[in-house]
Design a protein around this ligand. Structure first.
Ligand code: NAP
Length: 550
């Protein structure tokens, strides 16, 4: 324990805090686990508090049927440890949730992380004590802990939201939110099942549930542009090639906009002939993963005319795959172009609607009026169900922060500070909240990224900051208001040129199930991971410009 920590532990005479650590990390998902590993190496006294009873974060909670990667598995694992890479084989190109959760546990075992993690601990409040330069945490069960540095590793999509529909609590059958899926198996066999929501989660769940369900009714408000995943097993030869090429794989990810294996095509869509454009789209449609979104013509997500070309292509694909033309039209988005919301990747989603036991209810035509004890009542029918699955998403990016009562300097609440959208410096720190570091926080490139790639960058940057401060006996870091204003303006300027800003989605801060989430504000950093990394590195190299270090 450092001199500072020992002094603080001695200083505690009020008996309020049960435990003091130099750093507390909230969350034992991938970012929390890696941050723990790095801070332990630095010699800090550090503890992770995790609400669940196991590691894995998003992969711990999202056990819904069909949950699997949209990132190539072999680009997703941690790259920092050769031993971790050597000891793990992914079985499929896009691993399913159970395998990914096993991977998270494998990491925890290999790095011996569990001895520094306290499970079943949900943080209710965190307040900065200015006199002590310490954060005081209160847990939902009344326990408390104190620390000098508070690091949030709470994930961008970890605060599930139920729809605001009258009667949600009245239903007498089985009801599940995809983000809080039970640990026990759930059977759909012979049951009448409703799914509300057709985002990336709904698309995966609907496709899987349709395989065994008695009858499925999908309640769709906004259709999304879905593209084929093209998953498959990894054979022994490919496995060996993957292991041999990890350095090249990670280098390629490092240099692409979102740290995926798919680098943008340097051509503009309208520069090439119609035939060449069609052939490019078809090739990407037939290829696995996000290539059609991330590896497509460079102007598709910034130029309306260019975007119209891929939107038209995807429209034809939906019409070709859905037998009933009227139904196909309902599945075609009309209020946003392809790629301007997060693209769900699918494995037979459109064909589900050709099954005789599947029905689509367009709730824009016939809105849901209420959930009843027996099922769902829309404006034109009463439906009886055995089960309702809520695939209704999350209070994204800032929601998990809002669910903790965070108080900074001078009694200022973070929730109040962010009432008109987040304000941050580098998506990692907030003026008025000293020593609070936000991994994968708002305005951070990690939210718009093949996430472990950006988690490694975030964690290593924070670790370097801790190292820098310890070497100089510095105990307090806080972004200046000027630096925060400049970064926040830069985040907004960068997003303004993206067509993403023209669509309502969790990425633009919209969630009609949460009061106050109805104004578009870009929640992540849209300048790309390479530029973000360069900026963070330059700030560090300049002695942490924009931060007051004392
Ligand atoms: P989402 O994209 O926010 O989708 C929520 C869905 O619920 C939308 O279709 C929404 O309709 C609908 N909805 C919400 N309230 C409703 C209501 N009152 N009535 C009717 N419909 C309602 O959430 P998600 O699907 O959970 O996905 C969130 C993100 O998680 C994804 O974008 C992705 O980044 C991540 N994810 C990743 C993976 C992966 O990597 N494999 C898988 C799943 C999810 P509207 O669109 O009209 O609001």
């Amino acid at each position: 324990m450092s001199v500072v920590a020992a002094a603080e532990r001695q200083r505690r005479t009020d008996g309020q805090a049960d435990t003091y650590y130099e750093a507390i990390i909230i969350g034992a998902g991938l970012s929390g686990m890696y941050q723990l590993h790095r801070l332990r190496e630095l010699g800090l006294s550090v503890r992770v508090f995790e609400a669940g009873d196991g590691v894995g974060g998003t992969w711990y909670w999202n056990r819904y049927p069909g949950a699997r990667f949209d990132s190539e598995s072999w680009t997703y694992g941690f790259s920092f440890s050769q031993a971790l890479l050597d000891g793990w084989d992914w079985s499929e190109h896009f691993s399913a949730q159970p395998e990914t959760l096993r991977y998270c546990n494998y990491v925890a075992d290999k790095l011996d992380l569990r001895r520094d993690i306290t499970f079943d601990s949900r943080v209710a409040a965190a307040a900065y004590d200015e006199d002590a330069n310490a954060w005081e945490l209160a847990f939902t069960d009344g326990r408390r802990a104190r620390c000098r540095f508070l690091i949030t590793a709470i994930g961008p999509l970890s605060a599930p939201t139920m729809p605001v529909i009258p009667g949600v609590g009245d239903f007498r059958g089985e009801a599940y939110h995809t983000g809080l899926w039970p640990h026990e198996p759930v059977s759909f066999d012979g049951k009448r099942v409703a799914v509300i929501g057709t985002g990336a989660t709904g698309v995966q769940a609907i496709t899987e549930i349709a395989k065994t369900v008695g009858h499925l009714t999908v309640f769709q408000r906004t259709p999304n542009w879905c593209a084929p995943l093209h998953n498959g097993p990894i054979d022994a030869k490919t496995q060996a090639e993957i292991h041999a090429s990890y350095p090249e794989i990670f280098e390629q990810c490092r240099n692409s906009f979102g740290c995926f294996i798919h680098a943008a095509d340097p051509r503009n869509a309208l520069e090439v002939s119609d035939e060449e454009r069609e052939a490019t789209f078809q090739k990407l449609y037939d290829a696995p993963g996000f290539g059609i979104w991330m590896g497509n013509f460079r102007d598709l997500l910034i130029d309306e005319d260019a975007n119209a070309t891929i939107t038209e292509f995807m429209t034809r694909k939906i019409r070709a795959r859905v037998n009933d033309p009227a139904l196909a039209e309902k599945l075609i988005p009309t209020n946003h172009g392809f790629g301007t919301r997060r693209v769900p990747l699918e494995s037979g989603y459109y064909e589900v609607f050709n099954q005789p036991n599947v029905r689509l209810v367009d709730v824009r035509e016939t809105p849901i009026e209420r959930i009843t004890p027996a099922g769902i009542k829309t404006s034109d029918a009463d439906f009886d169900f055995d089960m309702i699955v809520y695939a209704t998403g999350f209070d994204a990016i800032t929601g998990a922060f809002d669910r903790i009562d965070i108080t900074g300097r001078g009694g200022r609440k973070l929730k109040d500070k962010w009432v008109d959208g987040p304000r941050t410096y580098l998506g990692l720190q907030i003026a008025g909240f000293p020593n609070l570091l936000t991994l994968v926080g708002p305005h951070n490139a990690a939210t718009f990224c093949n996430i472990p790639r950006c988690i490694e960058q975030n964690v290593e940057w924070v670790t370097d900051l801790m190292r820098h401060m310890r070497a100089r006996d510095l105990t307090r870091v806080e972004a200046t208001v000027a630096a925060e204003d400049t970064w926040t303006a830069h985040v907004h300027e960068t997003a303004a040129r993206m067509l993403l800003m023209k669509a309502d989605s969790w990425m633009t801060g919209i969630n009609r199930n949460v009061p106050g989430r109805r104004t578009r504000t870009f929640m992540a950093y849209a300048g790309g991971a390479p530029k973000y990394r360069e900026t963070c590195d330059a700030v560090a190299a300049d002695g942490y410009t924009g931060f007051a270090l004392t």
